[in-house]
Ligand binder design. Structure first.
Ligand code: SF4
Length: 392
């Protein structure tokens, strides 16, 4: 498994693949062409199909601005290597001086033809929770200590930054009101929930609404599901008085859970539906909560398993291709589900037939069986029934 550093990314929403990746590519290309006065960006495949709804154009423009940008959309065309393709051209005094074909491959990562097959190095000796639990029992250590033993230097600093960024997003979200961009007329609700002391809902809504408006979030594990884990962590910190260092250890364990899902299944709604995004976020937050509330590694495993098991089959059908309906409310409901999963696991005697590793495998195969229209294409489900399928 890879480092959890690449699971938790701090960047602008509403989509790691459609916003963070393209923005990153635009920034790199603009920096390598300091004298260009115009940039042309052609978007292909899925980036063009749902790019407007995901604010892809705004993300690119914000990275290149104040220099001029022209964007063209080619939803019916896919360039080689990946469905999320982009071609950048730099123009200086009407002459094209540089071009770059680059792909946003998910989770904010980008690749071009030279780096496409480059693999990050596995740094963990295990890739199943069953084996990790044996290891921690044998070594009499906790799951966060297992993470610390295997992660490179700098990971704890990153986790501290992640926690700070999560809180910033929540506080910004609960202090902002108004209508979200995109044309659906969805009103921000975090602030009113906060005023009514519905804190866990308010915190999750705050993150999801910031994400929907292109604000800064932390992928946990994705942009669309970014509200679940921070909401549970801040709720527990405020209620139980946990120190920041306890929260960071919980982030480490949650990261391990997310890492196991991305290694053995997928955290991409385009690949396995919303169970891979919200389902994984629920598992991560359930594990974090179980640890904070004093659960053993086995109880943490059970909490993570419950979090995923009862989200199996969850489809991805965002109305108009915007990460708003059902995504924003779904974050809030998943946060309480995660907390309930932890409480349930801790209250039980611990025995259970379905393991976390098995439920992850089940989620993956269920996801592959979902029709394409239920995997982030905004063509079926709520999108279809409301008559608002994808936006270009
Ligand atoms: S419905 Fe789709 S876009 Fe919305 S949070 Fe779930 S996976 Fe992400």
């Amino acid at each position: 498994m890879l480092s959890i550093n690449s699971l938790y990314k701090i960047g602008c929403g509403p989509s790691s693949s459609h916003t963070m990746g393209p923005k990153n590519a635009a920034r790199i290309f603009a920096e390598r062409n300091p004298n260009a006065d115009l940039f042309r960006v052609a978007l292909y495949g899925s980036l063009a199909a749902t790019g407007r709804g995901h604010l892809t154009d705004k993300a690119i423009i914000s990275a290149i601005s104040p220099r001029e940008v022209e964007i063209t959309w080619h939803p019916g065309q896919v360039i080689p290597l990946h469905p999320n393709g982009m071609e950048f051209s730099a123009v200086e005094k009407n002459i094209v001086t540089d071009t770059w074909q680059v792909y946003s491959i998910g989770g904010g990562e980008i690749r071009d033809k030279d780096s496409f097959n480059k693999k990050e190095e596995d740094i963990y000796p295990h890739s199943k929770l069953h084996d990790i639990l044996e290891q921690v029992r044998h070594g009499r250590i906790s799951l966060w200590e297992y993470v610390k033993q295997n992660e490179p230097e700098g990971t704890w600093e990153h986790l501290n930054n992640v926690w700070a960024a999560m809180q910033t997003t929540i506080y910004k979200g609960i202090s902002t009101e108004g209508i979200l961009p995109g044309g659906l007329g969805v009103e921000r609700k975090a602030s009113s929930f906060f005023t009514k002391n519905d804190f866990i809902f308010a915190f999750a809504l705050a993150c999801a609404e910031e994400n929907a408006s292109g604000g800064q979030v932390v992928t946990a594990p994705t942009c669309g599901s970014c509200g679940v884990l921070p909401a549970v962590l801040l709720f527990l910190q405020r209620n139980n008085g946990f120190k920041d260092e306890d929260i960071v250890k919980a982030l480490a364990t949650a990261g391990l859970i997310g890492n196991l899902v991305r290694t053995n299944a997928s955290i991409s709604g385009a690949e396995v539906g919303c169970q891979g995004e919200i389902g994984t976020a629920t598992s991560m937050a359930a594990a974090a909560a179980a640890q904070l509330l004093g659960g053993s590694p086995d109880k943490i495993e059970y909490a993570a398993e419950i979090g995923m098991e009862h989200q199996l089959g969850l489809t991805c059908d965002p109305v108009a291709g915007l990460v708003q309906i059902p995504c924003i409310e779904r974050n809030a409901l998943a946060a309480t589900r995660a907390l309930d999963s932890a409480v349930f696991a801790l209250a039980s005697e611990g025995s259970h037939r379905i393991s976390f590793d098995l439920v992850v495998r089940t989620m993956y195969h269920t996801g592959l069986d979902l029709g394409r229209g239920y995997r982030e294409t905004a063509e079926e489900g709520l999108a279809k029934e409301t008559g608002m399928t994808r936006q270009q």
